[in-house]
Design a protein around this ligand. Structure first.
Ligand SMILES: [Zn+2]
Length: 440
């Protein structure tokens, strides 16, 4: 017994020592990565690869010797204020290569907004040290790969993993501003802002709310392999106080309606201009590019129009991007509530600023011929729930109340979520794939 105890003590010491050595390894590797980031550009070519977080974690649990990290893969974790051109410079990858990547990103524009938490993974050819591929890791559920296909071109591929969506009920009381109370209850700032947008026409968030008023939110969160991706959807919201009681539920068509089926959002316009213009290139996921002649999806609809034509926002929203892209040209992106986003490309002039709230029908820009363009035209894109759709044919909220075909299913969902809010108990926790409305 005593001996056993001694042996286990010895074991413990040995284990402790081993842990200490592993910890030291991790510390040395982390230090190496910090030193690496400070080394002047000219000395980077022969540097050892920076181990990313996953590799470092593996080191600390693997009992066996980890394989040496490859010397042709480099990871860059995006921090605030990072810019692609500087990152490429630091990686000693020339700006021509960056332009080729941006050309492959013309239809996605995924590289135009790099956020802390995103990661770029560069893979070089082992012999020539040319860039072979670059991966943009957005979150666990979304990556974009830019793969070299020949000396002059890269092609882009999106990887979207549906994962598992779990519902939860978040509730709270107003104490101070709605945004702060919502954050206190566990909602993100973005979710809180989405709720104020959603109820903008019904609740005056500055005047109507009183301390002690209640809010309840049924939220769906995405998880992959048991890990949260950070992606969420609000599927039912109720705001109630002494003088008001409002609710909103997400319907299959991507819009929010109250329990009576009245739309919370104002209707959209079909086209972002007045008058008629010829479609010079339609929305086509299998299009051959007019200049490169390769299959490259056309994510928008091109309308031939003279430079200087006034462009309107198709719906109420917030301007999320004002950019000048080498291929997309000058462009504007507007977010309309939680599910809709529109983009207007090849513009000649901006009439709005980033962060500005815009109304349906408000002038936002003048059309033009900037970027890679074969003539003056507007490239117009509509995204619904993160997917690009044909803006000419898509179902958009044109009406003020719920479409007939969705009424029945919507009614039963409202009953279910209302019950969930009353009892505080989620009725069904896990859903697979995209949060399909039928399964909600
Ligand atoms: Zn186009």
């Amino acid at each position: 017994m005593k001996n056993n105890w001694k042996t286990s003590l010895k074991d413990q010491r040995r284990r402790k020592r081993r842990n200490r050595i592993l910890l030291l390894c991790v510390a040395v590797l982390s230090l190496a990565s910090i030193v690496w980031s400070f080394i002047p550009k000219t000395a980077v070519t022969d540097m050892a690869v920076v181990p990313n977080v996953l590799e470092t974690e593996q080191l600390s649990v693997d009992k066996t010797q980890p394989p040496p990290p490859p010397d042709n893969i480099f990871v860059h974790n995006i921090s605030a204020g990072d810019n692609l051109s500087v990152i490429f410079d630091t990686m000693l990858i020339n700006q021509q290569t960056m332009l080729k990547i941006l050309a492959a990103d013309e239809q996605l524009l995924a590289l135009d907004v790099l956020r802390p938490g995103n990661r770029l993974i560069f893979t070089l050819d082992k012999e020539s040290r040319d860039l072979e591929s670059m991966e943009l890791f957005v979150h666990l559920g979304r990556q974009v790969i830019y793969q070299r296909i020949d000396a002059a071109h890269f092609e882009s591929r999106e990887i979207d993993i549906p994962g598992v969506w779990e519902q939860e009920l978040v509730e709270g009381e107003i104490n101070g501003s709605f945004i702060l109370s919502a954050i206190d209850a566990g909602l993100s700032e973005q979710e809180a802002a989405n709720i104020t947008d959603l109820f903008e026409s019904r609740i005056d968030f500055r005047r109507d709310l009183r301390a002690g008023d209640r809010f309840q939110v049924v939220r769906s969160l995405q998880a992959i392999g048991g890990m949260k991706t950070g992606q969420s959807k609000l599927i039912g919201i109720r705001m109630s106080g002494k003088n008001y009681d409002h609710d909103g539920f997400l319907c299959e068509d991507g819009n929010y309606y109250d329990h009576g089926g009245k739309s919370l959002a104002r209707a959209f316009r079909r086209y972002p201009f007045s008058g008629h213009y010829r479609i010079s290139s339609s929305f086509n996921p299998r299009r051959r590019h007019p200049i490169t002649k390769r299959i490259s999806p056309h994510n928008g609809t091109d309308f031939a129009m003279p430079t200087g034509t006034t462009i309107f926002s198709v719906g109420d929203g917030v301007v999320t991007r004002i950019k000048n892209h080498p291929y997309a040209g000058k462009y504007v992106e507007v977010k309309h509530g939680e599910n809709y986003k529109t983009r207007y490309l090849h513009l000649s002039k901006f009439l709005v600023k980033r962060g500005q709230k815009v109304k349906r029908g408000q002038r936002i820009a003048m059309s033009g011929n900037t970027g890679r363009s074969t003539g003056p035209h507007l490239h117009y894109e509509l995204h619904i729930k993160g997917r690009v759709v044909n803006p000419v044919k898509a179902k958009i909220p044109m009406a003020a109340s719920i479409p007939k075909e969705n009424r029945e299913a919507f009614r039963s969902r409202v009953a279910k979520f209302t019950a969930m809010m009353e009892t505080g108990e989620p009725t069904q926790l896990v859903h697979y794939g995209q949060p399909k409305m039928e399964s909600l």
